[in-house]
Ligand binder design. Structure first.
Ligand code: FAD
Length: 485
């Protein structure tokens, strides 16, 4: 432990951010960096608990007290070694993870938790600056080959691990550039895309082959996969939940991903064919209170929307621990994102009943109603009714549906491979096995577990790679969460 009394001496601090009005001038990241001295004091707050709950709070099993210790001692190379032994991409999670590790931090019981996520980001960035983050091509190859379908965080993590185990890995991606939702879902103001390119360059140097504009089951025949000894499906959960209410067909009602993907392509100078969806000068209604919704809020404000309003069907969370929400707290539920700081009116317990259009079929307003929620004995919302006389029209010329994703696309790849699906329509494979109902086909990430988080996708990619390695070699040299914990 670096400094025994650190947690008593120092307060949690986060790096400064550009002021909201400054951020809105561009799509760049706006969080400043810590100095090495600030990092040192933040790492010193780690109590090195007898039972580090942060390990189990992190889906990757990151060994957090150990890297905090190395940071406190200024041993950057050691800190990076420790961190990258469980997390292939700390530069991604250090920027966009909701940090369940911080919610599990014991110091968080009566003080602010250790700033683990920021420490993680800085370890990664310093590793790139000082040259510790570099390609490590393997010298002993196994002669086995693996196709990974999808280049989101799950596919990338699986590819990185399988390449490390000595297999020849080819990643197929239907988009023009790799990264999945990291590239075309999450906006640049949360994750600039050079961060992905920098990592992909290292993976290419390690021998991973990326084939883009390659949709397996569409313009790449599934039969091409027969050339590989194993296949990892990491195609994400891409079918959005719709809002089937009157007026859904009006011009001005879109899925969030139609809007976000287009904007990310605009920023990245990638071509797109669809008609431009712009929030400029409009009253924007974002339906859905999660990450996707807040990314729509931040993007609409950068487009210079007239107003931005966000709806959430569920009631407003209490903002403090309750019986329904004991420690460790769930950060997603309490979250006010930086996008909300930039300007947004938020409503909870509200339902949209219809979209109303003008004579030309353009959206002009939404018919909404307030909801009253009944709760169970623990205070959890279980049932709603409409509040009488609360129905009203709200002007909006652009509505963005950000209500989550149902399951992966079944047409094409999955149907042609004939893999089994679970009751929710995700690819069936028990957690811990990652093996589908087809012999040499495995699955990881949102395609298996349903819509989730980047940190879970990386975790699934790593664990799946170990199972593939065992399948191919009879044993595996790769680490798993269980062997580290
Ligand atoms: P994806 O990232 O979806 O990648 C799947 C890839 O597979 C895609 O590139 C797709 O084009 C490709 N593909 C699919 N089918 C084929 C095929 N047949 N052939 C070739 N390629 C194919 N999580 C966080 O932790 N923090 C956040 O801040 C956050 N923000 C988010 C914002 C938005 C707008 C969205 C939609 C999600 C966000 N998430 C966030 C969730 C997170 O991005 C996902 O959980 C994660 O990306 C899932 O990773 P994945 O690799 O399983 O799938």
């Amino acid at each position: 432990m670096g400094k025994v009394t650190g947690f008593k001496e120092f307060e949690r601090k986060l790096p400064a951010k550009d002021a909201p009005q400054e951020r809105l001038k561009n799509y760049n990241e706006f969080v400043h960096s810590f100095s090495e001295e600030e990092l040192n004091t933040q790492a010193a707050r780690c109590m090195n608990c007898g039972i580090p709950f942060c390990h189990s709070g992190c889906p990757l099993g990151n060994v957090i007290p150990e890297f905090n210790d190395a940071v406190y001692d200024g041993k950057w190379e050691e800190a990076y070694e420790i961190l990258s032994s469980t997390n292939n991409f700390p530069e991604f999670t250090g920027r966009i993870c909701p940090a369940p590790c911080e919610s599990a931090c014991v110091l968080g019981i009566n003080r602010s938790p250790v700033a683990i996520e920021e420490i993680e980001k800085h370890i990664a960035e310093i590793a790139y600056q000082k040259g510790f983050a570099k390609a490590k091509p393997v010298t002993v190859k196994t002669g086995k080959s693996v196709a990974v379908i999808g280049s989101g965080p799950a596919g990338l993590a699986a590819a990185a691990q399988l390449s490390k185990a000595g297999h020849d890995v080819t990643v197929y991606e239907r988009d023009d550039k790799p990264g999945g939702l990291l590239r075309y879902g999450i906006p640049d103001f949360k994750l600039e895309k050079w961060v992905i390119d920098r990592r992909i360059d290292l993976m290419r140097q390690e021998g991973v082959v990326f084939k883009c504009n390659a949709e397996v089951g569409v313009n790449v025949p599934v039969t091409e996969l027969k050339a590989f000894d194993a296949i990892v499906l990491a195609g994400g959960s891409t079918i959005p939940r719709n809002l089937n209410i009157p007026g859904r067909e009006l011009k001005g009602v879109y899925f969030a991903m139609e809007f976000l993907k287009q904007q990310n392509k605009r920023v990245g100078s990638s071509p797109f064919q669809e008609e431009a969806i712009l929030a400029t000068g409009k009253n924007v209604l974002v339906i859905g209170g999660g990450d996707t919704g807040s990314d729509c809020v931040g993007t609409s404000n950068r487009h210079k929307a007239k107003t931005v309003t966000q709806f959430e069907l569920m009631p407003k969370p209490p903002g403090q621990r309750t019986d329904a929400m004991p420690w460790p707290t769930y950060p997603m539920l309490l979250k006010t994102t930086t996008s909300h700081e930039e300007g947004c009116q938020r409503f909870w317990s509200i339902n949209t009943k219809a979209f109303i259009g003008d004579d030309q079929g353009n959206l002009k307003s939404a018919l909404v109603v307030d909801l009253a929620w009944e709760t169970d004995a623990l205070g959890r919302p279980v049932k709603f009714t409409e509040v009488p006389n609360s129905e009203r029209e709200m002007p909006c010329e652009l509505a963005l549906l950000a209500m989550g994703f149902l399951h992966p696309q079944h047409e094409g790849l999955l149907k042609q491979l004939g893999v089994g699906l679970d009751a929710r329509g995700n690819v069936n494979a028990a957690e811990g096995s990652y093996k589908t109902t087809v012999d040499n086909v495995f699955v990881a990430g949102d395609m298996r577990r349903g819509q989730s988080l980047v940190v879970w996708a990386i975790s699934e990619g790593r664990e799946c790679a170990k199972k593939v390695d065992e399948y191919l070699m009879g044993h595996s040299v790769l680490e798993s969460k269980d062997s580290i914990a």
